[in-house]
Write a protein that binds this ligand. Structure first.
Ligand code: ATP
Length: 240
């Protein structure tokens, strides 16, 4: 289980990027984190994976625990090794490598047998990737690249999969497919932390949601209840 308590992060400026943020993702749960540009969503994911330093950011308060272990004292590879895996924003697949090679890289730390088993599972989830196994990443459509980025993260056998705006720049029908796949991954027992600006999609695939505004949690609750709130209706669902 992921437990973030009173997290505060700064990039050195006068305003903190995150302040007093507390978020929980239960074992096998599905949680989303909503918020507009600059609200601090990516910063939160960077904090969990402990790669803030690369962006000159720093945790200045609070704690992040996964299954009781304090994550902010570990390095990124060891956090991945614990089963906390990120699908970064912008997909960041290796365009010159094939689908198959991209997937293999995601499973680097495992035995050959385990890699093959997990890859078959990924191909079951994404038949399109199997069809395109030998195609270079850069020749795939945006939706296919997003599927590949998710597939590559799954190769690391996550207990918790964190996705940073997977719907960004995708057509509505593809967004729906991405949502379905996230639901399926969660139903198989992987916990989900979904970062989205597309509240409609996020509320549809998760049970609980937090809204970040200016680096703070401004609203949280069961997704069914949040859908009914005026704030969500006005700001994120485009009606009301
Ligand atoms: P987006 O959807 O645009 O990625 P976000 O909700 O993920 O937005 P963050 O990227 O986490 O927001 O940004 C939170 C705040 O931290 C913003 O004010 C942003 O300008 C600042 N910030 C983010 N990265 C850096 C950085 N590397 N250096 C300085 N400030 C940064």
């Amino acid at each position: 289980m992921l437990e973030i308590s009173n997290l505060a992060v700064t990039y050195g400026g006068t305003l903190p990027a995150l302040k007093d943020v507390s978020i929980r993702v239960p074992e096998k749960g599905a949680v989303s984190l909503l918020g507009s540009n600059g609200a601090g969503k990516t910063t939160l994911l960077r904090s969990v994976s402990n790669n803030l330093k690369r962006h000159s950011g720093k945790i200045v308060g609070g704690e992040i625990k996964f299954d009781g272990d304090i994550l902010n004292k570990r390095d990124t590879p060891s956090i991945v090794g614990m089963g906390v895996v990120q699908v970064p924003e912008g997909r960041r697949i290796f365009g010159r490598l094939t689908v198959e090679e991209n997937l293999r890289l995601g499973g680097l730390r495992q035995s050959r047998k385990s890699i093959e088993q997990t890859r078959e599972h990924v191909y079951d989830l994404f038949p399109r990737l199997k069809e395109r196994a030998n195609q270079r990443g850069l020749l795939m459509s945006g939706g296919e690249q997003q599927m590949l980025a998710i597939g590559r993260a799954l190769m690391a056998k996550p207990k918790l999969l964190m996705l940073d705006e997977p719907s960004l720049g995708l057509a509505p029908i593809i967004v729906e497919q991405v949502g379905d796949v996230i639901k399926k991954i969660n139903a198989e027992g992987t916990a989900i932390l979904l970062i989205e600006q597309n509240a409609n999609m996020a509320l549809g695939v998760t049970d609980y949601a937090y809204v970040l505004e200016g680096g703070r949690v401004s609203l949280e609750g069961e997704t069914e209840d949040l859908r009914q709130t005026d704030e969500i209706k006005h700001l994120y669902l485009g009606h009301g």
